[in-house]
Design a protein around this ligand. Structure first.
Ligand code: FES
Ligand SMILES: [Fe+2]
Length: 384
């Protein structure tokens, strides 16, 4: 549904363009290469800051074959480490989240113990030898930075470029939404049997909206045109002014009936309040459905060549969440049904592209943003 990519104009394709090779959506060798380039080489959104609020609070996030431990330190800073012990390589945290007893990371195997900054603090029962220097065995560090309340990690560690360079126009576009102060009202996690790029391409186009998303099209009436709204040109190729309204008359936000039951974000301009929906993305793994009073965010984590974990959050101003009679379900329902429709169609596409004669798909004019994504993939893989 990406009708406003952060860095690009809405220009329809003027010819049918080939999608990526079908094998790239299923081949384990190609998947391993993509893990290196995209998932172990770029900034990846892994959590919201509020999830690790107190010293010792931790979360474990799987990115491809890698397990990353994000933990809040005694000094209030978040840090990330590979979830792997320096002794003989056991994982450290065995459950996905929690609080560390004694503010120590204790390996479940032989008990090597690390502080919250990753330093080896104790090696119980170890018979001493003169060559052992605990300073040589800190946890493997992963780069971590935050923006807008989102926690990002980069497995390049010290070699990671500054996060700012990866954020593009997003901070500017959402500067008045108060993202850092928003809180999770609802989280839904879905394991989807489709390659990660299928989910990304799905988010990038609305050609599929009329058959797939009747509820969404009821409120965003522009989507009944399958992503062509606002893209029509006259005979000279000049953009035609769009006459038809974009939303259901009277709609104030994206809910099943378009009604709002909480105030819009306090910092928005009148124009921003009137814009019921914006889709934003941060490659490779964050999709943002932005309404004037809440966000539905989607974090994506590859779990295999043909599978991905989707983490859907609904973010609100804390005052709205705490308001008397706040109706969370009113705000969750539309994107929940829409996200599940997308996931189902992505799984169907994943199944179908195994057909022996199917070499690649085809992008139609209004799928310009999916095509843009595929070009980005090709270029990151070295122009393949
Ligand atoms: S593997 Fe961690 S203490 Fe032995
Ligand atoms: Fe969709």
């Amino acid at each position: 549904m990406n009708d406003s990519a952060t860095s690009s104009a809405r220009e329809p394709l003027t010819s049918v363009q080939p999608a990526l090779p079908a094998a790239w959506y299923r081949d384990p060798v190609h998947y391993a290469r993509e893990l290196q380039v995209f998932w172990y080489g770029m900034w990846i959104v892994v959590a919201r800051e509020e999830e690790s609020a107190a010293a010792g609070d931790y979360r474990v996030i799987g990115i491809g074959t890698q397990s990353v431990l994000v933990v809040r330190g005694e000094d209030g800073s978040l840090r990330a480490f590979h979830n792997t012990c320096r002794h003989r390589g056991s994982i450290l945290a065995t459950v996905a989240q929690g609080g560390l007893a004694g503010r120590r990371i204790v390996c479940p195997y032989h008990g090597w113990t690390y502080d919250l900054e990753g330093r080896l603090a104790a090696t119980p029962r170890r018979m001493p030898t003169p060559d052992f220097d605990p300073r040589q065995y800190p946890l493997y560090a992963v780069a971590l930075d935050c923006w807008g309340g989102f926690v990002f990690v980069n497995l390049k560690g010290e070699d990671a470029p500054p996060l700012d360079e990866s954020l593009g126009g997003l901070p500017q576009a959402l500067q008045r939404h108060g993202l850092a102060d928003l809180r999770i009202g609802k989280r839904i996690v879905l394991d989807v049997r489709a390659n990660w790029k299928i989910l990304a391409e799905n988010f990038a186009e609305c050609y599929h909206c009329p058959p797939v998303h009747p509820e969404l099209c009821r409120i965003v009436t522009a989507y009944r045109e399958g992503g062509a709204w606002g893209l029509h040109r006259d005979a000279a190729g000049q953009p035609l002014a769009e006459q038809r309204p974009k939303y259901l008359p009277g709609a104030a936000t994206l809910t099943l009936d378009g009604s709002a039951r909480i105030p819009p974000f306090r910092g928005l301009t009148p124009d921003e309040r009137a814009r019921i929906y914006m889709a934003k993305e941060l490659r490779p793994n964050l999709f943002l459905n932005v309404q004037p009073d809440y966000l539905n965010t989607q974090m994506m984590f590859p779990t295999g060549p043909e599978s991905v974990r989707m983490v859907y959050d609904w973010l609100f101003e804390p005052e709205s969440l705490a308001g008397p009679g706040f109706d969370l379900e009113h705000y969750v329902a539309l994107w929940d049904v829409t996200n599940r429709q997308d996931a189902r169609n992505c799984e169907w596409q994943q199944q179908g592209l195994h057909a022996l004669p199917f070499r690649h798909g085809h992008f139609m004019p209004q799928e310009f943003d999916g095509h843009r994504f595929s070009r980005w993939v090709r270029s990151a893989l070295g122009g393949a």
